[in-house]
Design a binder for this molecule. Structure first.
Ligand SMILES: [Ca+2]
Length: 500
């Protein structure tokens, strides 16, 4: 609304000049690439010399790499809803075990708003949630809200032939990752002819479990061994709150073979990322060959990270860096800062991508969202758009529910569970000095200084937002009491509504 009002006050000629200077040839095309469960450590451009991600690294060199980008919820369904709506989980109310995305939120999502503004839209892959007009777990896929649809229900399949909307690509690209590259290339070709601006969203299934690399790439990491991170293994998780060990992330350190077959497991993981990288190359090649490269903004990110054995955990969900901090690359070929290999260490969140896409398209950003456009950071990597971001987990066993706050430099984690021999727990990290989160500053009494007070103040501010703005369904409103640091355990337990 603010954007629209601002534009109305600007004389038309000046507006044209402004648009020309800030938006190049008018409204840009948008390509939004999302992977599933991809850690920053799986990419060359994030400092891993042992992996091969040439196309992603080229995209990183062309654009700006964001080094402090977090997902506000580190699990597929909620994170995807965060990204599309620009809202925190308690405000959109969509996650596994809670329910589908309500249509009122979907109506304000970036794909719908861009289509309404005249964009040609397409999505392929794992959209990750359904939309419903009522509260509840089941909904429908919003296939009719896109000009081209290559997405599917649930987790989708690595076998292209099993993805109903993608079968036409199955013969040439039997593994789904490259099929999405081909889908993207086709959509770019059609859109370039149409003359309409377009928004292509690709949601890769890779590198989500079950590990199913494309056999096409079997030679890439054959026989290789990989360096383990400094916080790898159970011995580096002893300081983590006991609550963190009650989810399936704990047993997966062993059952997913990080503990005994690290090289093989990581080779399969990186091989899956490699096929995504190939598909990114296919999409960028199509942008060039159809003459739209110079007016197409490309964004690449992941819906959550992956622990890969850090602190002795597998999977995601936990508030630690490997799970909640994810890659983010943006490339705007029209901008003078492109091609300078810039990196930005300002704090950004997955909720910030929706207003970014809308602002790029000069579409008014709706009120009542939590995200903030990252465009000021592309303009000036030294700028800042937010002081902090909440990290939410209300999925899995209640013991593992946590609410955290990250700033550019620190992370505060609160674990409310205090049943059966537990005490509510807090963790505080200096993620700049200690990026592997090896030292909980609260382990010694000196840690309980002004920093803890400051972080608790930010935590309480997000809890107040939760109380005020949470949806009044899917049990989000009562959960604000569960995360209230001042309430006694029986009242917190009551807020869980009888769930374990
Ligand atoms: Ca995921």
């Amino acid at each position: 609304m603010k954007c629209a009002l601002l534009l109305l006050r600007v004389p038309p000629l000046l507006l044209v000049l402004l648009m020309a200077s800030t938006h190049g040839e008018g409204r840009p095309n948008l390509v939004f690439l999302l992977t599933d469960d991809q850690s920053t450590s799986s990419m060359g451009c994030y400092g891993n010399p042992e992996v091969k991600t040439p196309h992603l690294d080229a995209l990183a060199r062309a654009g700006v790499v964001f080094d402090c980008h977090y997902v506000s919820t580190a699990i597929c369904m909620a994170s995807r809803a965060n990204i599309m709506t620009g809202k925190f989980e308690f405000r959109h109310g969509c996650n596994f075990e809670h329910g589908a995305l309500h249509s009122s939120h979907w109506a304000q999502s970036y794909p719908v708003l861009l289509k309404e503004a005249g964009y040609r839209t397409a999505i392929a892959g794992k959209i990750g949630f359904e939309v419903t007009t009522r509260t509840g777990k089941k909904g429908v896929l919003p296939a009719g809200d896109f000009d081209r649809w290559g997405a599917g229900p649930g987790q989708t399949s690595y076998l292209t032939a099993r993805n109903k909307s993608m079968v036409e690509y199955a013969k040439k690209f039997p593994h789904s990752s490259r099929s999405y590259g081909a889908f993207g290339a086709d959509f770019i070709k059609e859109s370039a002819k149409s003359g309409q601006p377009f928004c292509l969203s690709i949601s890769f299934k890779a590198p989500h479990k079950p590990a199913t690399p494309d056999p096409e790439d079997n030679k890439i990491y054959a026989g290789m061994s990989f360096t383990k991170p400094r916080n790898f293994g159970r011995e580096y998780g002893l300081h983590c709150a006991p609550q963190s060990r009650y989810g399936r992330q704990y047993e997966r350190f062993h059952s997913w073979n990080y503990s005994d077959k690290y090289d093989e497991v990581m080779a399969a993981y990186y091989q899956q990322v490699y096929a995504v990288d190939v598909a990114v190359g296919m999409i960028r090649a199509a942008l060039r060959s159809h003459g739209v490269e110079k007016n197409t903004v490309v964004i690449f990110t992941s819906d959550n990270g992956f622990m890969c054995g850090a602190h002795g955990y597998g999977s995601k969900v936990l508030p630690y860096e490997e799970s909640s901090r994810v890659p983010l690359i943006m490339y705007d070929p029209r901008h003078r800062n492109s091609g300078k290999e810039l990196r930005c260490d300002a704090l950004t969140g997955n909720v910030d991508l929706m207003p970014t896409l809308l602002e790029l398209a000069a579409v008014a950003v709706p009120e009542g969202i939590d995200g903030k456009s990252i465009l000021p950071l592309y303009e000036d990597a030294g700028a800042r758009i937010r002081e902090s971001l909440p990290l939410v987990n209300v999925w899995g066993p209640s013991e593992v529910f946590s609410l955290s706050v990250v700033t550019e430099r620190h992370k505060y984690i609160y674990w409310p569970w205090a049943g059966e021999g537990f005490k509510a727990a807090e963790e505080l990290y200096d993620t700049e000095e200690d990026p592997f989160e090896l030292k909980n500053l609260l382990a010694s009494p000196e840690g309980e200084g002004p920093l803890l007070v400051q972080m608790r103040v930010q935590y309480d501010a997000y809890l107040n937002l939760w109380r005020r703005e949470a949806v009044d369904y899917h049990n989000y409103k009562p959960l604000a009491r569960f995360f209230d640091r001042d309430l006694p355990w029986p009242s917190k337990k009551e807020a869980l509504g009888g769930r374990k």
